[in-house]
Design a protein around this ligand. Structure first.
Ligand code: MN
Length: 217
């Protein structure tokens, strides 16, 4: 079941598609896709995955509200593992661990705007999506609905607009961050970090969440 909404997201009118259960098989994406998810909280043990948002950068967002009794979403899972679609995240580590746990998939290939930001914006410790978007795109995004009840059966328009917003800027961020990575000669090390993310997520799920296994002690 799909509902099409016209919502104001960060001051712009955006088409948002809310799909219950899975993406319809008729939805297809071009090239790299921005992905984000919403959960009931931040615990990898306690909190279930509720919503997955996808956009291919064309100005529309597709939101999949998952059936938490089955997580049966074959079309969504196909996109998340498709080598033809690079998946752009902000802090991929958390989302892909959730996808590993609840959807039983290894999401790849990956790009993480938070890692790229940390590798090039060494003059600041502000690497949140809001600060990053403000500084390098000059756009203000709202984080008002970040801590809201994503397990609710009916999500509000404010929640849906917020969820959509999180995937509408990642393509533009990647373009800017790629130029900065190239400028600083850090493209290759960034790629190695992105490639390691599924292993990092597996370690998080296996109990090494708060341990840096590379640290001396
Ligand atoms: Mn989000």
């Amino acid at each position: 079941m799909t509902r099409k909404l016209s919502l104001t997201v960060d001051g712009k009118n955006v088409s948002v598609y809310l799909h219950k259960g899975d993406l319809p098989h008729t939805v297809s994406f071009n090239g790299a896709v921005a992905v984000d998810s919403e959960t009931l909280g931040l615990s990898l043990i306690r909190d279930p995955l509720c919503l997955v948002q996808i956009s291919d950068g064309g100005g529309e967002a597709h939101l999949v509200q998952l059936d938490r009794t089955s997580y049966d979403a074959p079309n969504l899972k196909r996109v998340l593992v498709d080598p033809a679609h690079l998946k752009l995240f902000h802090f991929a580590r958390f989302d892909i661990a959730m996808f590993m746990r609840d959807l039983s998939i290894v999401t790849a290939p990956l790009y993480c705007t938070k890692i790229a930001s940390k590798l090039v914006r060494t003059y600041t410790d502000r690497h949140g999506l809001k600060d990053l978007t403000k500084e390098i795109l000059g756009r203000d995004i709202s984080k008002d609905q970040q801590s809201s009840d994503w397990g609710a059966p009916e999500l509000s328009d404010a929640q849906l607009a917020y969820a959509a917003s999180d995937v509408l800027h990642l393509h533009a961020l990647k373009e800017k961050l790629d130029a900065m990575l190239a400028r600083e000669g850090r493209t290759e090390i960034a790629q190695s970090c992105f490639d390691f993310l599924p292993t990092r997520a597996a370690l998080d799920l296996a109990g090494w969440e708060d341990t840096d296994i590379f640290a001396h002690s």
